[in-house]
Design a protein around this ligand. Sequence first.
Ligand code: PLP
Length: 369
Amino acid sequence: MKKPWKTQIDLITPYKPGKPIEEVKRELGLKDVVKLASNENPLGPSPKVIEAIAKAARDVNRYPDSGCYYLKKALSAKLGIPEERFVFGNGSDEIIVMTLNAFVDPNDEVVVADPTFLIYHIASMVKGAKVNAVPLKNYKYDLDAMLGAITARTRVIFIANPDNPTGSYVTRDELDAFIDRVSDDVLVFIDEAYYEFATGGDYPETLDLVNRPDRHIVIARTFSKAYSLAGLRVGYGITRPDVAEVLNKVREPFNVNSLGQAAAVAALEDEKYMKKAIELTHGEMERYYEAFNGLGLKYIPSKTNFILVDTGRDSSAVFKYLLERGVIVREMSAWGLQGFIRVNVGLARENDRFFKVLADAIKEIPGKE
Ligand SMILES: *Cc1c(COP(=O)(O)O)cnc(C)c1O
């Protein structure tokens, strides 16, 4: 029998999400499970968000507002960016997909880092694009090498800043030098999913970049992480009005659901709650550094709410050891990072539990020679 689907689909390794808490409870018969695997916000949504969702629930018989009117107004006011520069997605994942739909034909090329957020690669493969994956240098984006990977067929370049899974970032100087040298027929996609966490140091502000008339740039952000709305799927892109128009043409009309829109507006109004998550994360991240230092493990200092650590052991054995004791982390061999796990900052007591079980794992599982 002939396969009627696109041949490229057979080359895709499916995305493997972090294991859900309920699944681990079910499969392992555990009562108390901690998930530190998907960079989620451990505080849960703000009470004001829950109230807004309850209120909006009465109207779910109606289609959502296709233009995200109130959310767009609220973000425009907060960021000082004109409304015609926004495009909204079912999570920022959908901004990635919309960008590829609008810019990439089969056999066009896309440049990504390796490793980085896997969705860039997978979504590009779905489009039939050729993906040029450029290795990181010292766990950081190698922008020079990425420039070198651009060909006449390249249409999109993805830059996660900060990056996932490393938590590293590129500076404004590095980004400017890069964008100056990218030609104007390539779209630069800057994914700032962890923007809110990346305070201090030389992590760059970038929104002014989309004013450049001679470059095509999309900056993507999300309500999934610092704003604690991962389950509702709301993300957005900021770009030049003409590019926003192009992306809105390929967008499904009702892509952002009504509960998500209401929740995102309420989350923006409760900035204090979001700041609490950032503070918790920064404080607990210091404890992660201490814990890893104490165990003699190498890690990449992170500007995000997660951290990549080299267990110095078979990471699938470490992953399994943790899982059986009710702690879900992410094992990184699918990213080509042998021996590494990625773990996100949880509540203090969740982190304590992770530190304890990890210390046991390090003791019991032999290290690599
Ligand atoms: C989590 C994450 C996203 C956000 O995805 P949503 O679809 O908005 O939930 C985007 N990019 C990166 C690098 C991420 O880690």
